[in-house]
Design a protein around this ligand. Structure first.
Ligand code: SF4
Length: 100
């Protein structure tokens, strides 16, 4: 299972995200987090680490494709999202296999 494989290579669980220049996070390109005030961040864990885009006042397009403060993380759902973008077929097949 790609998710568990990825976690088995994570060096230090005291650190949940790192900036790895060789890896690109899908946040801002495939998904982003919008808080209840309409502020968009790459993901929920980057609130306070990345400047927000006001989805109600700014051009929402400025939230898309921005650089992220980190590129690899061990944060459960976001790791899974990134795996879906990096290895879509393998990740989807592993999910299907887990149900049968
Ligand atoms: S690496 Fe993880 S924590 Fe960092 S921006 Fe991407 S999804 Fe968010």
């Amino acid at each position: 299972m790609p998710y568990l494989e990825e976690l088995s290579h994570w060096d230090d669980f005291a650190i949940s995200a790192v900036l790895d220049p060789g890896v690109r996070c899908a946040a801002t390109r495939g998904f982003f987090y919008v808080d209840p005030h309409g502020h968009a961040y790459p993901c929920a864990y980057t609130k306070g680490k990345a400047p927000p885009v006001d989805m109600l006042g700014d051009d929402w397009r400025s939230a898309v494709g921005r650089e992220t403060p980190c590129t690899r993380c061990s944060v459960g759902p976001y790791l899974e999202f990134n795996l879906l973008y990096q290895k879509p077929v393998r990740t989807a097949l592993s999910v299907v296999r887990s149900y049968f």
